[in-house]
Design a protein around this ligand. Structure first.
Ligand code: NAG
Length: 244
C-alpha cells in the first residue's frame, strides 16, 4: 500500500461505521451469491452490515450488527438499484450469541420471515467442520459494501484478500481482548496489503467455506484485525437453527 493510501485507510478506519473495503476490487456480479446486505434500525439511526446465508431461512452475521429491526437483501450486486435478482426479506428473529460482549462471541443468527428462493444469484455458504481449521499464511477473502476511500462510497460489492496471521500477532496487539479459541487473527501488517476491512458481519471465506466473521480491530486501522472463529461456535449455530 502506498503511504497516502495507508494514511487514508487509518483515517477511514477511525470513521468507519459499517466497515470499509480499501484497495480491493469490485466482485464479478453475483459471484458471491451467499452475501446478504443488512439494513438495520438502531438507537443511533439507520445502519448497514454484511452477513451471509447459511440456510434458506438463516443469515449469519456479527452480534454488533444488531438492531431493533433488520431487513436482509439477498441476490444483490448493486444495493442502490432494484435488481431483478434481489430478494428483500425482513428478519423475524434476531438471535445474538447469549454471551456476546463487545470483544467476544461476536456472532448472531437472523431467522428470516420466509425462506429465500435459491437461484443463480442466491445460495448458501458452507460452514466449516469442527476439525477444519485455518492456518497462518492461508489467504482468504472478505467481501462488503463499505467505502472505497475517504470520499468514495460504493453500492456495489467489493472484495479483498486477507492473510491469516499467527495468534501471537493478535495477542501482542489486543492482549486480553483476543482469545485464540474463539477468534482468528487476520491481515498481514508487513505486506501492507491495501485492504484490511470488510463490512462488519461479512464472512471470511477460505476454500469456499465461511471460517470467520468480521468483528473488530484497532481504531487506527492497524493490522492485524480480529474475526470471530466460526468453527468454535458450531454447536451453538446448529442448536439455534434447530430450535427456530
Ligand atoms: C477463551 O474462550 C473460551 C470459550 O469461551 C473460554 O473457555 C476460555 O476460558 C477463554 N480463554 C481465555 C484465556 O480467556
Amino acid at each position: 500500500m502506498q503511504p497516502l493510501l495507508l494514511l487514508m485507510a487509518f483515517i477511514l478506519a477511525s470513521k468507519a461505521q459499517a466497515g470499509t473495503i480499501i484497495g480491493g476490487h469490485e466482485v464479478k456480479p453475483h459471484s458471491r451469491p451467499y452475501m446478504a446486505y443488512l439494513h438495520r434500525i438502531t438507537t443511533s439511526g439507520r445502519k448497514t452490515c454484511g452477513g451471509f446465508l447459511v440456510r434458506k431461512d438463516f443469515v449469519l452475521t456479527a452480534a454488533h450488527c444488531s438492531g431493533s429491526s433488520i431487513t436482509v437483501t439477498l441476490g444483490a450486486h448493486d444495493v442502490g438499484q432494484h435488481e431483478g435478482t434481489q430478494q428483500v426479506i425482513p428478519v423475524k428473529k434476531i438471535i445474538p450469541h447469549p454471551n456476546y460482549h463487545p470483544k467476544f462471541n461476536d456472532i448472531m443468527l437472523l431467522k428470516l420471515q420466509r425462506k429465500a428462493k435459491l437461484t443463480a444469484a442466491v445460495s448458501l455458504l458452507r460452514l466449516p467442520r469442527r476439525e477444519e481449521q485455518v492456518n497462518p499464511g492461508m489467504v482468504c477473502s472478505v467481501a462488503g459494501w463499505g467505502r472505497l476511500d475517504l470520499y468514495t462510497t460504493t453500492a456495489r460489492l467489493h472484495e479483498v484478500e486477507l492473510e491469516i496471521q499467527r495468534n501471537e500477532q493478535c495477542i501482542s496487539l489486543y492482549r486480553s481482548h483476543y482469545n485464540t479459541t474463539t477468534q482468528i487473527c487476520v491481515g498481514n501488517p508487513e505486506k501492507k496489503q491495501s485492504t484490511f476491512l470488510g463490512d462488519s458481519g461479512g464472512p471470511l471465506v477460505c476454500d469456499n467455506t465461511a471460517q470467520g466473521i468480521v468483528a473488530f480491530g484497532k481504531k487506527n486501522g492497524k493490522l492485524p484485525r480480529v474475526e470471530t472463529r466460526i468453527s468454535s461456535f458450531l454447536p451453538w449455530i446448529k442448536r439455534t437453527m434447530r430450535r427456530f
